[in-house]
Write a protein that binds this ligand. Sequence first.
Ligand code: ADE
Length: 228
Amino acid sequence: MRIDILTIFPEILSGPFDHSIIKRAQKAGIVEIHLHNIRDYSTNKHKKVDDYPYSAGAGMVMSIQPIDDLISKLKSERNYQAIIFTTPDGLTFNQNHANHLSTFENIIILCGHYKGIDQRIRDHIVTHEFSIGDYVLTGGELAAAVITDSIVRLIPGAMSDETSALSDSFQDGLLSAPVYTRPADYKGWKVPEILLSGNERKIEEWKLEQAIDKTKRLRPDLLNPSKK
Ligand code: ADE
């Protein structure tokens, strides 16, 4: 898989992909992550990437030209199945979106900034708009990092124990059961007895029960999606 990330602050994104599973996946050739500086594509002599909005109101708006030129260049090189824009007024990103996007060959993620981008980019170029939650970040870079991370770890071969992606919270619509490791007793804080029993069937039942209880308590909306 190839992910092209378009930003005016590529430095923000050089760190997040240089560790752990995401770094290993790149080294193993499972994913290529390319950062592009939108500013490099501005035809303006001062390399401007934004301009004043037509309507009154504070805030600059990202211009079409550099973004369109950069995306057109990428599209001339390969086919993209998704051109994602990160924005607080997008669809709230979830595990289903991550699962779906992880099956794609090539995707572009365009990081939003300032007050927004010229609406014509969203109308004519972008195919998916995602928010990572109901709060406003200074820019879309961290959202792009979150989306990329959630996708890459799902690509076959990215994780050493592939079954572990299947037991993630949300994959089965439930939060994960708690996990423990040794020692079985730490300062009197004990690991639940059932986990020491060696009875795998009973342990699986317990884990499911725990997952359902935890989901009911913390995220009842996951159990009744229509009431959300
Ligand atoms: N840009 C600013 N805030 C954002 C958010 N919550 N999600 C995605 N992109 C954003």
